[in-house]
Write a protein that binds this ligand. Sequence first.
Ligand code: KIV
Length: 271
Amino acid sequence: MTRRAKVTVQTLLEMKRRGERIAMLTAYDYVTALIEDRAGVDVILVGDSVGMAVLGYETTIPVTIEEIVHHLRAVARARPRAMLVGDLPFMSYQAGVADAVRSAGRLVKEGGAEAVKLEGSKRMEPVIRAIVDAAIPVMGHVGLTPQSVHQLGGYRVQGKEPRDADRLVDDAKLLEQYGCFAVVVEGTPWQVAKRITEAIAIPTIGIGAGVHCDGQVLVVNDLLGMSEEFAPRFVKRYAEMGQQMGAAFEAYIEDVKAGRFPDLDHSYSSD
Ligand code: KIV
């Protein structure tokens, strides 16, 4: 079987020009990255969602650059054909340009990322320009930006009012001007995401932003149905892995307690 060509910034820009949709997923470990890559995903994001999906934090705020680097390295060992993007965690880029370039550099140099993602628009201009100048591709992120949860007053859909919608379109245009190669649009009415997608030449990747984006991203745990409690409207569960894992664990425990495991088929014997 011939391996498809590595996905690069140019591939994604070309996909937008051709009207070909981009499929992006998060991954936090080697095995999941291998499976996603074999399935043909275009972009793998080691998101700061690792904090909630894997590390048990209540928000993404506590995630550290060391944690992102650790998970990036595991994912990078899968040597994916997909483009590998590392998320800059809270306070790894907000405090100043030099800090931000160093953090982005760590994700690339130590983690193996091929691009970085950061949240925000206008106030991020110097940071984005400096990271791009350091030859590191930057993916922007507008709309519901979870690192600003305290400022936003919760995980609320953004851009419902006409003035806010206009601001989001302007934010995305600015990100394109600053040199971003793509923009995640999170938690906006589909009409706003459609306006953004039509207004810029770089790809939009939607999450909770409707079907008119150039691509879509989901947190892998949500897609797999790992959590029974977390079920926002925008998540489509393609499996019920949480239930299946629970049932498997119960069956194993019952077998052990009843002395049914291991049976002879799962035991070594000698003559
Ligand atoms: O951290 C993350 O997984 C993200 C995606 C939801 C876009 O930022």
